[in-house]
Ligand binder design. Sequence first.
Ligand code: ZN
Ligand code: ZN
Length: 55
Amino acid sequence: MRQEKRCVSCGLVLKQRGATSFPCPNCGEVTLGRCRRCRDQGVAYACPACGFRGP
Ligand SMILES: [Zn+2]
Ligand SMILES: [Zn+2]
């Protein structure tokens, strides 16, 4: 099964340049994606697995 990476803040599919993804710094279980727009605006994210919130 193929998984599309999505921005955890706005739900946008990450296919454009400038998007980033990284494992959750708290639990490491989930890969969190962030689109360029949310990165630029410093939108907060929350890990869907452990609820960790970060800038
Ligand atoms: Zn976003
Ligand atoms: Zn987590």
